[in-house]
Each structure stands twice: as structure tokens, then as C-alpha cells.
Write a protein that binds this ligand. Sequence first.
Ligand code: 5AD
Ligand code: SF4
Length: 461
Amino acid sequence: MELETTAQQEKNDAGTARKVFVKTYGCQMNVYDSQRMTDALAADGYAPTDVIEDADLVLLNTCHIREKAAEKVYSELGRIRQLKAARAEVGRETLIGVTGCVAQAEGREIVRRAPVVDLVVGPQTYHRLPDMLARVREGGKVVETEYAIEDKFAHLPQPKKAEVARRGVTAFLTVQEGCDKFCTFCVVPYTRGSEVSRPVAQIVAEAERLAEAGVREVTLLGQNVNAWHGEGPDGREWGLGRLLYRLAEIPGLSRLRYTTSHPRDMDDELIEAHRDLAALMPYLHLPVQSGSDRILKAMNRRHTAADYLRLIERIRAARADIAMSGDFIVGFPGETDKDFEATMEIVREVGYASAFSFKYSPRPGTPGAEMGGHVEEAAKDERLQRLQALVAEQQHAFTVSMIGRTMSTLIEKPGRKAGQKVGRSPWLQPVIVDEKAGGIGDIIEVRIKGTGQNSLFAEPA
Ligand code: 5AD
Ligand code: SF4
């Protein structure tokens, strides 16, 4: 699941403090990282702003997952160069930083191609941002793409209670980072490094702090979140399932989610958690990438289409109303029409509530990029279109199937139209209710009266 947003940030009313503007590309982990960078910088006297022209420090938190990500960053830097010049004319200095996965992958190349950049920081050293900025101010560029030996999470300051509240009643919490799976298309093992799990006590403490500040729903994040493991307070090795049981005990935390999962790491305890925990929302993002065993093998996924289908059967046996979401790649090297038909078939068999599909994009340094049999762009386009049409059909059917149902809704924010509030269904759909239906942070029972594109219109049940 990807996005391109400006981290929602409030204008600083102190007026005098230095301001930081963070633009976030890519996945939810980058959203989480942007918040943690903002927290680290708050301790250094920077207040967040959502007006780039006001920013004394501009950070682009970048994504490298597919093509053109780096090009996008360079063109954005072109615009920022003009901004920096305009601010300089009125005597204001602007520091520019590139963070995230493009920073990790490109390193010094970024300052070479875009001299406007003062700071390049990979995802593993955000806790050192204040130090690095001090070095920049002393004059000189700073490029940091080493993997820190110390635990960066232990060194990142926690946000203030008010800041958590301002970010809303839902929150992300990174529990695992990096990946050792080495799917042949994927750049993540190279940008985020090898798999690391955060310790249980650290995660529980962070979740408790979020709950105390009014957060009702937490989404646990990891590139392979269900590979998370750690030693529990009972001295036993815990998996993600056990961790979810523990988090479900935290007062006020009414909803739990996790993303993204790998089919090979869905163990029995995690499936049982879906059966036992009311707080664990019945929505699972479980990418399969392809329905063809030949392509799955070439992708080094180390499971077959049948393994995946059997797994979903077991998950649905544990939690009948679970909705599935997935990711697909079309046009992986060597993919034939027949392989693609197998992908269409697995989509038909699973029936997705939502799915994301992408044209294969060769990433430098990954085994896939070196493979023969690259698929022509026109074939990729055609396959993508067909797959997306099928997924859209399924998504629409899923949305319409909600009409007449009663479900819980977490009220999140005021609606776009006056008199409305927007909540979220257990299946991640926006739910539009009358503003008097409840306050922000309330979880209410509603009945679905109608649907929009992806949203639901509801009244209190
Ligand atoms: N080309 C196309 N899609 C990719 N993804 C990851 N790497 C590539 C690539 N090289 C997709 C996968 C993954 C999602 C986050 O992005 O489907 O699950
Ligand atoms: Fe992009 Fe993947 Fe890095 Fe997230 S982890 S920012 S999706 S490359």
C-alpha cells in the first residue's frame, strides 16, 4: 500500500522556532519514520509545518520500491532549489535533506547530482539527525547511509502526548524492519537491511503510551511483519500472534492491525489470534505477487499458488468474515500469457476486498533485473489493465455487500461536508455518519445504508 502525502503537520504558533517540512513518499513505514524524525527534531527545537515556504529544514522521505522514484526526487529537488533561492533573497537559510530508501540506495550520488542537498540520511540513523544538522551548520555536506550498530528505536525520543493526540486516534507502530527473504524483484533487503525485530517491552511501552494519549487503533508495521519474533517476559520466544494477544490487553486499544505479511510466516498462533481476538480487525494484507508457480519460483517466493490458497482457507476457517488484500506484479521476466492467466485465476479464487497491482520494474542490484525474458511494455500495460479491472469488480462487490450490515466504526475525524464525521470500518472502509453519531475516538455500532466509490454511508444502529 503506497501513498504520496505531505505529512499532516500543524503550523507552528510559536512563530520564532525553526520549522521543518517533511514530505513522505512510499509505504506506511515511511509515514511512521517521518513522524519519528519530526519527534527527534522537536527535541532539537524544530516545529513541524505544512507550509514548505516557511520551512528552515525540508526533508524528502523517499521510496525506492519502483522505477522513477529517484527521478521524482530529483525533479522535486529542482523545485526546492528555487524555493531555497527565494528564501535566501530575504535572508533566510534553508537546509535540505533527503532521507529514506532513495537516500540509502543513492547515497553521495544525490549531493553530486543535486548540490542543493545538504544532508543524505538512510533509514537506519534518524536518531542522529540533530547531530548531523549541527555538522551541516558548521559547514559541509553530511551523507550517512551506514547501518547503525545501536538500536535506533531506543534512541528516538517519544512524541509528546499532545502531538500523539494531534496525529489522530489511529497510529502506526513499527515492530519489525528489513527483510531476509530476497524476493528477486525487491530492493527492500538492500535499502532497509536485514530483518530486525524490536523487543517486546519496547513495543508494549510504545503501544501503552499511544493508548494513554487517546489512540484507539494501532497498525503494527514491518516489511515482513509476521516474521516478527522476540523474547517475551515469560522467557519464551514470542511470535506476532503472541504479541497481539499481549497488545489486546492494553486498556483503550480497541483495534489492532498489522501489515505487510509474507505467506510463509503465517503461523498457527497468528491464525488463532484472528479467531480469538475481537480487537484484531478482520482484514489481512497478504501479498502473493503471482498465481503462476513458475513465476513464484523465479521470484524466490518459496511457496506455490496452492500453498497460498490453502493458507487462506485456514485463515477463513479461523475468522469467517476476514477480508483479503494483496499485491501483484505483472510482467515479471519470463511471464507468459499463461502465467498471467494463472494470476487472474488466483484473484478469482481468493476474491479480494482490495488489491494493489504493479508493472514489474527492474531494480538495479536485484537478481530480477539480471534475468532474461523481460516482458514488453505493451504486454505489461495490457495485463495490468485486465488485472485492475478484475480487482475493481471484486472491490465494488465487496463494498456493495456491506449494505444492510451492522458493524463497528471508529470515528476518526470531521467529514469533508459540514454536519458529517468520517469513521473507519473493520475492513478499512471510510464510513460517513452524521456528526452527532459520536465523538472522535468513539467506536459505535452503525448500519450501512448506502455506498459511495469505496466509502459507506451509515446511521447509528
Ligand atoms: N516492480 C514492481 N512492483 C514491485 N513491488 C516490489 N518491488 C517491485 C518491483 N521491482 C511491489 C510488490 C510489493 C509492493 C510493496 O510493491 O507487489 O508487495
Ligand atoms: Fe519504499 Fe519499500 Fe522503502 Fe517503503 S520500504 S519506502 S515501500 S522502498
